[in-house]
Design a protein around this ligand. Structure first.
Ligand code: 13P
Length: 254
């Protein structure tokens, strides 16, 4: 059975002080939550401070990106060893905002996965189609290209350490969630693809999160779908009461 994992992607929001406040609140309210894995992904400068609070708690820490080299003349970049040093266990890779605004490609996603795995970070690898692709019936083609490109060259053992996040771009920050059936259809497609690329056991192990306007009031229905194993949450992860309610509602028995 796959354990539900809810990750808050805070994007470019919150000062260090605000991040500390939010995590302190989450720790209080979610201390008893054992059935759901919880992760927060603050901005880089807040990681180290937040890790002092998440250490030893039931809240995991993730970064929002990384560079594939460990060190060197790469101004502005952050590497896997540094994320480990700051206390991270997870790292988001290939978010659609990075693809859209910062030139991320399936090839760079592929390299970043290697760096994360090499240093013991769990990659949360994002895939998803834009509206025009969905409307022209290209969703499955796009997802297939992204998934095969991202994981090309990685073994089944590697794949078992990876989390996938399906985030339809048209549902991000728009309040327009994919219906549970629409999301389930793509999640199943991804899992079937993993069967072809690897094997049934590997495909059944990998957790696939849904992302795109997940809120406390739609979390239960989404998480109840057989192939949806969690959520990557933007807006609703920034407010203590909303994120707490979302995590609680995500605790579904399957
Ligand atoms: P929203 O939850 O704000 O739609 O953002 C989703 C997202 O991009 C998470 O990575």
């Amino acid at each position: 059975m796959r354990k539900i994992i809810i990750a808050g992607n805070w994007k470019l929001n919150k000062t260090i002080k605000e991040a500390v406040e939010l995590v302190n609140g989450l720790k209080q309210d979610l201390a008893q939550t054992k059935e759901v894995d919880i992760v927060v992904c603050p901005v880089y400068p807040a990681l180290s401070e937040v890790s002092k609070l998440t250490a030893g708690s039931n809240i995991g820490l993730g970064a929002q990106d990384l560079y594939w080299e460990d060190a060197g003349a790469f101004t502005g970049e952050v590497s896997a060893p540094l994320l480990k040093d700051a206390g991270c266990q997870y790292v988001i890779i290939g978010h659609s905002e990075r693809r859209q605004f910062f030139g991320e490609t399936d090839a760079t996603v592929n390299k970043k996965i290697g760096a994360a795995l090499k240093h013991g970070l769990t990659p949360i690898v994002c895939v998803g189609e834009v509206l025009a692709e969905r409307e022209s019936n290209k969703t499955f083609d796009v997802i297939k290209t992204q998934v095969t490109g991202a994981f090309s060259g990685y073994s089944a053992e590697d794949m078992k350490k990876i989390i996938i996040a399906y985030e339809p771009v048209w549902a991000i920050g728009t309040g327009k969630t994919a219906s549970p059936e629409q999301a389930q259809e793509v999640h199943k497609f991804i899992r079937d693809l993993l069967v072809k690329m690897y094997d049934v056991g590997t495909a059944q192990t990998v957790r696939i999160q849904y992302g795109g306007s997940v809120k406390s009031d739609n979390a239960r229905e989404l998480m109840s779908q057989p192939d949806i194993d969690g959520a990557l949450v933007g807006g609703a992860s920034l407010k203590r009461d909303q994120f707490v309610a979302l995590v609680q509602n995500a605790n579904v028995k399957k």
